[in-house]
Each structure stands twice: as structure tokens, then as C-alpha cells.
Ligand binder design. Structure first.
Ligand code: PLP
Length: 365
């Protein structure tokens, strides 16, 4: 037994992350051969085939260390986004960038503001650094930026805004964000986590890159894990002004993004057909699921992402367990403090159909 006294106090109240159940694990445990996973907001079409081809070639070069500067991906993204190449930083998923933000900015007496119901890794990064968390309840399933601004004190260091928000799928609008930015002091780092940026259809969604012209304290996080279908590779990136990027670069490990990930991500950027097709499937799947949920009288939150929060007439953990037995993995939101809500990733047409069928069986309707 390791004596608790030798452990950093900050980690005593951390719990290991519980990811969506892997397909293989469910097959093994329940003896099923057909299992679908609609739990982790992955792209059901898989990665771009062009990216797969390039990655196959890249495997021959893995004796060589990755490009620590991520040159090719950086240069392509900087062109696409219209920012300078030194306004970008890459991470082993945007998860790693969240930890790097903590390492670069959070001290133990700092306060960090986040929504009460949002992506769990903000809390992880904050607790890891021993900073204090101030959670602000959502309003209509959306970040309440007015209430969040009111919570700012002299000790506030970082504010996380997940836009669109995971697990609700909602956005904060351009006018709300612009009003909010004026109220935040420039010694507070504002993080816009835009993991689902490419899926957004609402026209009043802010184009936050434009705010970098006026604000040095903003960082935008995006990822290749969701629409690009590369969750298994771990590539995310941050966009900010040079000084903020510079401080984060100091805590970055030299080879944090591996060779295959760099090549896969770069090739994905060239496959706009794959992105368009993904959006098409997502839109159709969303409409289908909305209709089916309405027929079942279930309340759901309209989404700007590839997942839908649905409220069920029974315990979310119970529904999760029952659906699992039928080979459908969804996400119970009990760990977010909800009792009857689940999060369902929009899948391929046949996956969505199976989901609806199994859900009906489990609800007994
Ligand atoms: C999935 C997700 C991420 C994590 O992305 P990675 O790049 O795979 O680490 C970050 N933020 C939100 C809100 C997400 O849903």
C-alpha cells in the first residue's frame, strides 16, 4: 500500500474518467456479436479514406520521431483558418490542451468558472492544479453567460465556455458572447471549447476567431476527434494570439502529437467531401430521431452537434443497462447529476433505427 501521505493533496479528490463503454468490452461481457455504440459522439462514417491511405504509408516511418513543430498540419490549418502559424498549438487531443492550460495558468488560490453541466475535463484540469471551481447552473440547457460574468472576482483566472455545450448540444449566441467579452477583465483567460464547431447550423453562432483581433486572453479549442472521425489518433488544437500560445508552448511535451496523427489530420483537411457527407448523414439522422422522439412523447434538447440529450420517463442508468443488453451503447447522464436524461450520438440510418427499436422495447411502448 502506498501511504496516502506521499500523494499530492490535489489528486485525492480526483476520480478516474469513465469513458463510453467500448464495443469490444460489451461484446465480451454480454456475449453479443452485434453491438453499436452511440455514446461518445464519434463519426459513424469512420475516418476519411484519403486519410487512411496516407496513414498506411506513414506507418513505415514510425522509427523516426514525430515533427515536434507539426509543420505540415500547422501550415495547412493556418491557411484554412486565416491565422498566423504561430497562433496555433497542437495537443494529444484537446484534452491535453486543457491540462496544458491548467499547467500554464492555474495556481492553487485561483478560481475557475465553468457551467455546472458541461464537459468533465475542465473540472479535471482545474482540480489537478488545485485551483478552485465555481460552477454556474445552465439556463434553458445553455451557458448562462450573464450569471457567469457576475461570478468573476479578483481571483478568477480561467473561464470555460463549451460552445456547443456537451452534453446539452446547445450554443451561446454571438450577441451574448460579445456582451460577455466586454465584462471579462483581460487578466482572465477565456476558453471557447468548440469541439463540435463544424456541426453547428444555428446562424447566430459566434465566429470566435474574429475576437482574437481585439482580445489576447481568448483561446479557442477544436479537435479532429469529432467530425473528422479521428478520435483514436488524438489530435486537437488551440487558436489564440502569440503571447498566450507562447506560454502554453512552455508546458508542451516535445513530441505530443504522433506522426500518424499529424498525417491523418492533415489529409482529413483536404477531404471536404467526407466532411460534407458526414454533415448530410448527421442532419438526416437528427431529423429522423427528432421525429421518433416526438412520436414517443419524449422531450429532447434541439442540438447543434452530432448528439442529442433526451429526457426519458425512467431512470437513465436503468435504460442504459437494458439497452446495453440489446447491444446498443448510449450515455447515461447520471454522472452529470441527471436522473432521467441520456445522451445519444446520431448514428448511421440503420443504427438510428436499431436505437429507436431497442429504446421502444426498453420503455415498453
Ligand atoms: C470530445 C470532446 C473533447 C475532446 O476532444 P479530444 O480532442 O478528443 O481530446 C473536448 N471538448 C468537448 C466538449 C468534447 O465533447
Amino acid at each position: 500500500m502506498v501511504d496516502e501521505k506521499i500523494v499530492r493533496e490535489e489528486i485525492m479528490n480526483l476520480k478516474p474518467y469513465i469513458p463510453g463503454k467500448p464495443i469490444e468490452e460489451v461484446k465480451r461481457e454480454l456475449g453479443l456479436d452485434q453491438v453499436i455504440k452511440l455514446a461518445s459522439n464519434e463519426n459513424p462514417l469512420g475516418p476519411s479514406t484519403q486519410a487512411i491511405e496516407q496513414m498506411k504509408e506513414a506507418i513505415n516511418k514510425v522509427n523516426i520521431y514525430p515533427d515536434g513543430n507539426v509543420h505540415n498540419l500547422r501550415s495547412k490549418l493556418s491557411t484554412n483558418l486565416g491565422v498566423e502559424s504561430d497562433q496555433l498549438i497542437f495537443g494529444n487531443g484537446s484534452d491535453e490542451l486543457l491540462v496544458m492550460l491548467g499547467q500554464a495558468f492555474m495556481r492553487s488560490d485561483d478560481e475557475v468558472i465553468m457551467a455546472e453541466t458541461t464537459f468533465s475535463e475542465y473540472e479535471f484540469a482545474t482540480k489537478l492544479m488545485g485551483a478552485k471551481i465555481n460552477k454556474v447552473p445552465l439556463k434553458n440547457n445553455t451557458h448562462d453567460l450573464e450569471a457567469m460574468a457576475k461570478e468573476i472576482t479578483d481571483k478568477t483566472k480561467v473561464i470555460f465556455i463549451c460552445n456547443p455545450n456537451n452534453p446539452t448540444g446547445t450554443i451561446v449566441k454571438k450577441d451574448e458572447v460579445e456582451k460577455f467579452l466586454k465584462e471579462v477583465p483581460d487578466d482572465v483567460v477565456i476558453v471557447f471549447d468548440e469541439a463540435y464547431y463544424e456541426y453547428v447550423e444555428s446562424t447566430d453562432y459566434p465566429e470566435t476567431i474574429n475576437y482574437l483581433l481585439d482580445y489576447d486572453n481568448i483561446i479557442i479549442l477544436r479537435t479532429f476527434s469529432k467530425i473528422y472521425g479521428l478520435g483514436g489518433l488524438r489530435v486537437g488544437y488551440g487558436i489564440a494570439n502569440q503571447s498566450l500560445i507562447n506560454y502554453m508552448e512552455r508546458v508542451r511535451q516535445p513530441f505530443n502529437v504522433n506522426t500518424i496523427a499529424q498525417i491523418g489530420a492533415t489529409a482529413s483537411l483536404d477531404d471536404s467531401d467526407h466532411v460534407a457527407k458526414t454533415l448530410d448523414y448527421n442532419r438526416q439522422g437528427k431529423e429522423y430521431l427528432y421525429q421518433e422522439f416526438e412520436k414517443l412523447g419524449l422531450e429532447y434538447v434541439p442540438t447543434d452537434t452530432n448528439f442529442i440529450l433526451v429526457d426519458l420517463p425512467m431512470s437513465n442508468d436503468k435504460v442504459f443497462e437494458e439497452m446495453l443488453k440489446e447491444g446498443v451503447i448510449i450515455r447515461s447522464l447520471s454522472s452529470y447529476g441527471y436522473n432521467t436524461e441520456v445522451r445519444i450520438t446520431i448514428g448511421l440510418p440503420e443504427e438510428n433505427k436499431k436505437l429507436v427499436k431497442v429504446l421502444k422495447d426498453v420503455l415498453g411502448v
